[in-house]
Design a protein around this ligand. Structure first.
Ligand SMILES: Cc1cc2nc3c(=O)[nH]c(=O)nc-3n(C[C@H](O)[C@H](O)[C@H](O)COP(=O)(O)OP(=O)(O)OC[C@H]3O[C@@H](n4cnc5c(N)ncnc54)[C@H](O)[C@@H]3O)c2cc1C
Length: 303
């Protein structure tokens, strides 16, 4: 109840106030902020995946801006010699209004990244996008087999079938590269597990399937139990170190993150930035009011 109340109030609070607690989770408003945060992470033996904030776009001039900004981001990352990849949300490029247009914009970004031997991952959005984003991934994989990946969500009941479909598509080449995460959107019970235990069980089932079927696994979680479960599976499946990595969001559970780095595992942090930070924060909160708790906590506990 309290979480929902806070979320309802957010749009009426001064942006400056909301920024105070959002800045823990966002690199900043400018490209240089993402570069600075990434440099600091790299100095701590942590890789990054940079994400330009903005989603569900419908206006052509905005979409063009975002594409240009990604290209600039790729070029500046290269110039600065940073160890990072990129994450993109297809609805930023008009997925919901014109799939073909979206494909061409994202293709241009992946082509630029692959020219520098850099990797782009397609984030997974809500279930109206799932099929379209899987198809987009398959299409790009054909042209850029080593430079594109996808995200799947363990809360979706279909995810194991999607993995099987992608593995069949791959025909044993070992090119499939998936970030597995719980999933952040509020989906109906017919499509998604709602119980936390069930989501966790499914996460580990999906991860085991990936490790046993030569899918590169990006294990994206801050849940200690899932991290422990992942350690067990990595050992049980004798997963080679170059076939998986851990991923976390910027500003979240830095101690757990460090403990994974100290074990010698690869860690990549998701670094969001951009002028659309306010909409991003408020939308995420509306989708998942439990997050309000983390934000309130962040106001008082600095880590
Ligand atoms: C690198 C990365 C990329 C992602 N990409 C996608 C995507 O493409 N599509 C998608 O649907 N979802 C994505 N997610 C979000 C993901 O689906 C989960 O909603 C999110 O990671 C929380 O799940 P959890 O496994 O950390 O477990 P939880 O049980 O939610 O969290 C475990 C603990 O971590 C801490 N915690 C978790 N999140 C936060 C936070 N934001 N702020 C403060 N503390 C927090 C809390 O202490 C919590 O108790 C991504 C997550 C990561 C890490």
């Amino acid at each position: 109840m309290i979480n929902k109340l806070i979320v309802g109030l957010l749009p009426y609070l001064p942006k400056k106030f909301v920024w105070i607690f959002s800045m823990r989770y966002i690199a900043g408003k400018e490209l240089k902020d993402a570069l600075n945060v990434t440099r600091k992470l790299n100095n701590q033996r942590i890789k990054a995946t940079m994400d330009l904030l903005g989603e569900f776009q419908t206006r052509a001039e905005n979409i063009q801006y975002y594409k240009n900004e990604y290209i600039r981001l790729i070029e500046e990352s290269e110039k600065a010699g940073l160890d990072n990849s990129f994450s993109v949300k297809p609805t930023m490029f008009g997925l919901l209004i014109d799939q073909e247009m979206c494909y061409h914009y994202i293709r241009e970004i992946v082509a630029r990244a692959s020219a520098f031997n850099r990797f782009v991952r397609i984030d997974m959005e809500d279930t109206q996008c799932t099929d379209m984003e899987i198809n987009l991934y398959k299409r790009l994989l054909d042209e850029f087999p080593h430079h594109v990946g996808l995200v799947l969500q363990a809360y979706l009941k279909r995810t194991l079938d999607d993995l099987k479909d992608l593995i069949a598509f791959d025909k044993g080449r070992g090119l499939i590269n998936i970030r597995i995460c719980k999933g952040i959107y509020n989906e109906p019970a017919e499509m998604a597990f709602k119980d936390r235990e069930e989501i966790n069980q499914n996460f580990l089932i999906d991860l085991e399937y990936m490790l046993r079927n030569n899918v590169y696994a990006a294990i994206a979680t801050h849940d200690k139990r899932l991290v422990k479960g992942a350690y067990r599976l990595i050992d049980a499946c004798h997963a080679p170190a170059d076939r998986f990595e851990f991923q976390m969001l910027f500003g979240v559970t830095p101690e757990l993150r460090q403990s994974i780095v100290d074990k010698g595992y690869t860690m990549r942090v998701y670094v969001p930035y951009g002028k659309d930070w306010f909409n991003y924060c408020t939308r995420r909160l509306k989708e998942n009011p439990r997050m309000a708790f983390h934000i309130i906590k962040a106001l008082f506990v600095r880590g």
